[in-house]
Design a protein around this ligand. Sequence first.
Ligand code: ADP
Ligand code: TYD
Length: 223
Amino acid sequence: MSAAHARGATAGVLITFEGGEGSGKSTQVERLAEWLAERGREVVVAREPGTTAVGEMTRRILLQTAPDGLAAEAELALFLAARAQLAEEVIRPALEAARIVLLDRYGDSSVAYQGYGRGIEPGRVVELNRWATRGLEPDLTVLIDMPVSDASGRRGRPPDRLERAGTAFHERVRRGYHRIAGEEPERFLVIDGTKSIDDIQQGIRERVEKLLAGRVPQRTESG
Ligand code: ADP
Ligand code: TYD
């Protein structure tokens, strides 16, 4: 059963972008959104945590609290709160209106960071994501994968709280993403993030084109 059928035949498409900090998610989301819009698709872009007012407040707490100032469970609960609000306020309405939703991070970030990175049981995080979003699963997840050392070299600003967590943490996150993608190969497109921006975008467009073929725009009443 596809994600769209599982969530009750909403006509839109949900595409999420995952990977470490500096892997190029925002760059690729922006380019894909432009390309889709040029083709007449209605696109909604959001980032996690953020986008909603509640999400932006949560983002500030998460990124500005002292390095050891948040328990792993508190951190997860804040990400889940931002995600629940985003799902309710932005994602579900957009999917119901047959839009294409592009998300810069979603539930897999919590599985990778709070699960594999911080040590909360990953299966539990998967369940909590499902609870927080009432089962809103991505149709496609693009994982931009690259060595931790390459990505940290791209940062043009001082590291925030999570970025300061250290190489071992980010290695666990990267391996976590590999596990998640390996468990659901049909949902994931894993791309080598060390390739050029254009090459990566080309790979994403090819996969998205296949996903969209015959699907959007498509209203629920026509089946
Ligand atoms: P993220 O959203 O994953 O943190 P960004 O899209 O903000 O990553 O990219 C981080 C930095 O790396 C930016 O300066 C961006 O221009 C640059 N960048 C993105 N993709 C690539 C790439 N494939 N090769 C080289 N530099 C890149
Ligand atoms: P952000 O600036 O969006 O990172 P990026 O450079 O990748 O765009 O910061 C988000 C940070 O929050 C990043 O370190 C990953 C982390 N994060 C989690 O730990 N769990 C989550 O569920 C999400 C959505 C993000």
